[in-house]
Design a protein around this ligand. Sequence first.
Ligand code: NAP
Ligand code: MG
Length: 395
Amino acid sequence: MDKIKMTTPLVEMDGDEMTRILWKWVKEILITPYVDLKTVYFDLSLENRDATDDKVTVEAAQACLKYGVGVKCATITPNAARVEEFGLKKMWASPNATIRALMDGTVFRAPVLVKGITPLVPGWTAPIVIARHAYGDVYKGVELSVKGGKAELSCGDDKKTVFDFGEKSGILQAIHNTDASIRSFAKSCFNYALDTKTDLWFSTKDTISKIYDHTFKDIFQEIYDNEYKEKFEAAGIEYFYTLIDDAVARVMRSKGGFIWALKNYDGDVMSDMVATAFGSLAMMTSVLVSPTGAYEYEAAHGTVTRHFRKYQKGESTSTNSVATLFAWTGALRKRGELDGNKELSAFADKLEKATLDTIESGEMTKDLAGMFSLEGVTVKALDSREFLEAIAARL
Ligand code: NAP
Ligand code: MG
């Protein structure tokens, strides 16, 4: 068979530990035998980030913006223990945070659904995609613990009293966001909804937060009315705003099948709830979409250190590669769409189908084997590499 040709390269960002091993195997077993893979390669391993003073991360993010589609392996975000383990020059920032900041993007997290793994909310039969605004609010908050006095909020000539503590002690917090970042967030959400032909919900607490949250609501509505209303109608999809508490109630009663856009903190919390309810972090994919329409695909989980320690000792591991594999298929499909390369997009579809068929026929990694149940199917737990080979056999 002739290999599928690519015209534009993918931006490939390699990573750390167990996911770096899976990365190599996914390419070797499932991609390069079929695709004449073209990538612009960046080694984002912690060793190389340290050696390049983290310039490699910045260059990778710039390449994503330039080429339009990237795929990233999970990477270590160093803490004090990692600084010692790797003898680092300094505690480098989270690569994901660096890439997010440079691409000014919104993160969309989508679960991979398979028959045999029932969501903890049984009514959810279609994916719920969480779109989390990744800038500001409490993540850039300024806080004070006070022993009394009058707290004021001021900016330029504007000033308001927050609270007069008098003699009482207490706590204070100031948070901010910028119109530009909220606009980028809104555009990324509208573009992603159009791209995936999926309804978009957005919710905040605008009735209580009449300026802060209300501004989010107003900016979304203004951009929708001016730039997206007609496109949404043509695509047969809907934009729907509701209060966050109403949204939570509706989400629980829903069948799924929509994108739920949320402010930074709400998205942080709700994405963990939704991911858990859909089964496993190893089945959760993530894509960062810039307002200019550049895409960076990755798995939502980390480098699976515990499994890597076993791998290093030569022990067998059963690490689930689905999220990593779907990061590759997401990127290949998008590259195919942008280049008008139907074969490449079709290959991504087939690889995804082969993966789901493999699991649904009973062959899977241990994390899934423990929760899988489908009538007439016998479960066989495979090791990390056997699982990829089982997919290849089907493909
Ligand atoms: P983790 O790598 O997500 O793993 C936590 C646990 O979840 C694992 O020990 C494993 O449970 C289970 N798990 C996660 N992914 C799995 C998979 N594909 N297959 C099977 N089981 C899976 O989180 P962590 O151990 O807290 O973090 C490890 C490193 O990853 C850290 O250095 C952190 O900085 C980094 N990290 C990177 C990213 C990213 O690049 N996007 C995100 C999060 C964390 P069992 O041990 O019970 O089998
Ligand atoms: Mg969280």
